[in-house]
Structures are given as C-alpha cells and as structure tokens.
Design a protein around this ligand. Structure first.
Ligand code: NOJ
Ligand code: NOJ
Length: 533
C-alpha cells in the first residue's frame, strides 16, 4: 500500500462531517516495515490538517476544557462564584444546580468521588511549583474529606455507622444532613469510589511532599484510619450483596459496583500495609481474591458469558431476558478501576484493552446508531462515533420516565476509552494482536483477509507503518465522539445530563457536574495520548 493512499483515506476520514467515509482503510498485508519519524509527522499533519476547520475544532476544545473545569468549580462550595456559601458549605459537591424538574441539588457520593478525582488528576499533572500555588484547591479538597468523615457517621435510611451499613447511603443534602426520602438504596459503589479518590489524594500529597493542612484531619494516618478504613470495611462486609446500581434503578449485583470495589480493595491493601493495619490487610487480601474470582467467573457473578461478546452489566436482568446487558456503566467501570499500567492493569481485570470492554463499545455504538434518530446519519458508516446513552432499554428522560436519550457522560467515556487504548498500546510498546475476540473492533478500521481464530492471530507490529496508521485511525474515531459533544453543548459550552435523541437539544439536569468531569477527563487523555503518538 502506498503511503499516499493512506494519506488520502485518512484525510477523507478526518472530514467527519462530510458523508463519504471509507469503509475499509487499507488491506492488511505482511509488509509492516517501519518508516522514519518525519514521514510519521507528515501523516500526523495530514491527519490534523491546519485547515480552518481543524483549527476551529482545536480552539473549541481548548475553550470547552476551560468551561468544563469552571463548570466543576461552580458546583463545589468554596470554589464556586455562584453558590451561596451559607447554603453550600466548603467542600460540598452538588450534582447540579437544578433544584426542580429534576432536583439534583444534593450530594451524591458517586458523583463527588468521581468529580474530586478529576481535580486530583489536574493536580497530578502539575509541576512542583505549580502544585505549591494550589493552597485554596487543596483546602477545599480537604474540606471534602472532612465532610465525608461526617457523612459516614450519620445514621441514615441505609443503616448505621456502628455496623458500617450506613456507608451505602447514596446521597445527602447539601448542608451535610441526611436525605430521608425514599430512594434506591443502598448503593454499594460509593465507599469504593470515595476511598479510591481519597487514597489517590494521599499519594498525591506524598508525591509533592506536601502536608495535610486541615486541623480536623491532622495527618495521613488519621485519614486512613478514620475515613478510608470504614469504607474498606464496608466493601469487605458487603461485596457479595445486591444493591442499587449507579443508575439507581436495579437492586442486584452490578459490574460497575464490583469492579470499582475491587480497585478500592487493591489500593486499600497498600495503605493497610503502610499503616501496619494487618488485621484489615488480611481481610482485604481475602476479599480481593474472592471478588476478583467472582467478577471473572461466568458461573459466579456472570458478567461475561461464552455466548456473548460484551460485558453484561446486570446478569440477573440479562438472565430473565429483561436487558441485553449492554451498558455504559461497564465502560465507566473499566476506566474508573484502572489508573496505572504497573499494578492496576495487571491485577484488575477488564482494562480498556480487554476484548469484552472494546466489544461493549462496538455493540453500544451499533445499537445506538439506530436507536437514536440524531445518529441516523451515521448508519452505514464504520468506525464513526455517535451519541451514546446509558443502556439500550433506558427510559429516563432526565425528569420523568418516557424515552431514554444520549448522555454526555457516556459519550465522553467512549472517547476517553479509545484514547486510553491508543495510549496503552504505544506506551507499553505493544503489538496489536487481532484475534477472533477483538476482531469486531479492529475490522472497523482495517480489512482483515484471514479469519483470525484463537490459534491464528493477526499481529500488527509495534511502530510499523500499519500500526501507526491504525493508531491514527483510532484517534480519529475517538475525535468523532468529541464532535458529537461539540454539536450538542449549548452556545455557552454548557452541558446538561442528556441531549434529546430527536432534536439534539440538551435536557435533564443542567450544568451536571459529572458531565463536565467526564468531558475533562476525556480531553486530558486525548492530550496525553497525542503527546506519545
Ligand atoms: C432518578 C435517577 O437518578 C435516575 O438515574 C433514574 O433513571 C430515574 N430516577 C428513574 O426513575
Ligand atoms: C442520575 C444518575 O443515574 C446517577 O448515576 C447520578 O449519580 C445522579 N443522577 C446524580 O447525578
């Protein structure tokens, strides 16, 4: 294949708004010789041509990243220029400023753990000097930990602190009091997400050699024993039990809950060892082994099955034929349970390059391309992103139940996943090994002559022409999800929860903190990935 042909195809593909897109990018041939870096640079500049259109896109991206970061700040007490500090205390993270239709003016443990993690990633990317200027942000993050120290100890409709059952409470009022109305409770993902975020903060503090500022929290040891440890105990005691999912609808065993619990246990083992908390460490090690087995086993939790290529979010509903099992929650579970390649990727299953995970993305796109009318112009196109919703059977419209729509969180997660996939391949200098298990994903971008089966994999060598070209195609694929988001934010760049499947206009809770967090995370991964490409 001549390079010029690749360039032409790539160029055609990058004009995503035009309708003619190649179905097959190039034939897979054994000629995978490497070529010089300057040629690769040429390819990149072709891939991101400095056309006005491309410049506009990049300029929008820079702007939208700032808007999303401000959107997060605006929803956190002590950082917000909008929230009334007498109503929303420092460190309180509201899900959205919307107080009616729907009322999201509460703190959900899941949303706040995920959002604070975004702020921590922002801090993590700083230089020592930059970090040292962040006193106010660190102060608010520590207030968030103080608040959660309090929230953990409030008896509530999920239970008590004494036996830890109360830690499954999903949401609290913005003044740090309990929410006493009926709700889908308990939700067992909160303690894992929260403790993982707080453990990440402690690692960050170590990395930058900074002290704990809060008089209440005193030091890292206090935070471990008083805040992290109760959450870890909750997981040890409850991981086998059903609870409501992250979408707050189904009382069962859920992939998102289990995999994020596993990540917290893994982090927890390290911290328990650090603080010589051997009793809990032993329990965590046992729980880790058992939960990992349950997650991987088709017989136990049943998140996978030999007759289906994607992850099954809620096996109980799948078994009775109520749901396909397809769910953005599984993609979210994968990204939120894997932070690093050293330990998470090897110890926690279902990282972003796992065939079940990437097949989930393929199946979600294939379903939602047809399901949502705004995606219909992409029917017939391969390797092009669309607006992604929570799960096919969803009927929550953001206020009531009628019909489901695409969500910013799900669409941003798809884009983050693809960028992380590229980043992992390149950083670990891995060949792309195409087997029957992941063929569905890669065949969107290349035509594979041979029918790979497990004994007969097609290997695309690291750094070969074909490898680099495929990586660029994947980046384009990821960016096509970004274009969807660009189309549906409003004129000020704001993001609600959903965008209407017929009209494309936003609906549901306005200025959703988690939408901004998911978008910001995805753009961060885009930047990190383009740096290594
Ligand atoms: C509100 C929940 O937060 C949302 O996730 C759910 O779909 C609806 N309630 C269902 O009624
Ligand atoms: C509804 C979503 O389903 C749930 O996941 C989220 O925690 C709340 N809204 C608050 O954003």
């Amino acid at each position: 294949m001549k390079l010029s042909n690749i360039l032409i195809y790539t160029f055609a593909f990058s004009q995503c708004s035009s309708t003619i897109l190649p179905q097959r990018i190039f034939q897979l041939s054994p000629s995978t010789t490497s070529y010089s870096h300057s040629l690769f640079d040429d390819l990149i500049s072709y891939f991101y041509p400095s056309s006005t259109q491309q410049d506009d896109f990049e300029a929008w991206l820079v702007q939208e990243k700032i808007i999303s970061f401000e959107g997060i700040f605006n929803n956190i007490g002590g950082l917000s220029k909008i929230l009334d500090p007498t109503i929303v205390e420092k460190g309180v993270v509201i899900a959205s400023p919307s107080t009616s239709y729907p009322n999201y003016f509460y703190q959900w443990i899941r949303d706040l753990a995920i959002t604070i993690k975004t702020l921590l990633c922002h801090l993590n990317d700083m230089t020592q000097d930059e970090f040292e200027q962040q006193g106010q942000l660190l102060d608010v993050i520590e207030s968030f930990i103080e608040n959660n120290y309090q929230l953990q100890r409030l008896d509530n409709l999920s239970g008590t602190f004494a036996d830890k059952s109360g830690l499954g409470e999903p949401k609290f009022n913005v003044d740090n009091t309990v929410f006493n109305e009926s709700w889908g409770r308990p939700q067992r993902d909160g303690p894992g997400l929260r403790s993982s975020t707080i453990m990440y903060y402690l690692k960050l503090i170590d990395k930058f050699n900074a002290p704990i500022q809060s008089q209440i929290l005193k030091n890292q040891k206090f935070i471990y024993f008083k805040v992290i440890r109760p959450d870890l105990m909750y997981i040890v005691q409850n991981w086998q039990k059903p609870g409501f999912d992250l979408w707050e609808e189904i009382n069962s065993i859920h992939f998102f809950t289990s995999i994020t619990q596993l990540k917290a246990i893994k982090d927890g083992i390290e911290f328990a060892a650090k603080y010589k908390d051997y009793e809990l460490q032993d329990q965590l090690i046992t729980a880790f082994q058992q939960l990992k087995l349950a997650i991987e086993s088709q017989q136990q939790f049943g998140f996978t099955s030999s007759v289906i290529s994607h992850i099954i979010e809620c096996p109980n509903l799948y078994k009775i034929g109520h749901r396909s099992g397809l769910d953005a929650a599984t993609l979210l579970g994968s990204i939120h349970s894997h932070d690093d390649y050293q330990s998470d990727s090897s110890m926690i299953p279902f990282d972003i390059d796992n065939p079940y995970v990437i097949n989930t993305l393929v199946a979600m796109v294939n379903d939602m391309k047809f399901r949502y009318p705004i995606n219909h112009n992409k029917i017939g196109l391969l390797g092009v992103g669309v607006g992604i919703g929570r799960y096919p059977e969803d009927i929550y419209d953001g206020v009531h139940t009628s019909e489901g729509n695409p969500w910013f969180i799900s669409t941003a997660t798809a884009l983050e996943l693809v960028y992380r996939l590229i980043h992992k391949y390149i950083t670990l200098r891995q060949d792309i090994v195409i087997t029957a298990a992941n063929r569905g994903f890669f065949s969107q971008f290349i035509s594979i002559d041979e029918e790979p089966n497990d004994g007969n994999a097609v290997v695309i060598e690291f750094n070969s022409v074909m490898y680099r070209t495929l990586m660029l195609q994947l980046a384009l694929y990821a960016d096509s999800f970004l274009s969807v988001i660009k189309t549906h934010v409003d004129g000020e760049g704001r993001m609600s929860e959903q965008f209407n499947k017929y009209t494309g206009y936003m609906q549901g809770a306005k200025e959703l903190t988690w939408s901004y967090s998911a978008f910001w995370n995805a753009v961060r991964w885009r930047e990190r990935t383009l740096q290594v490409m």
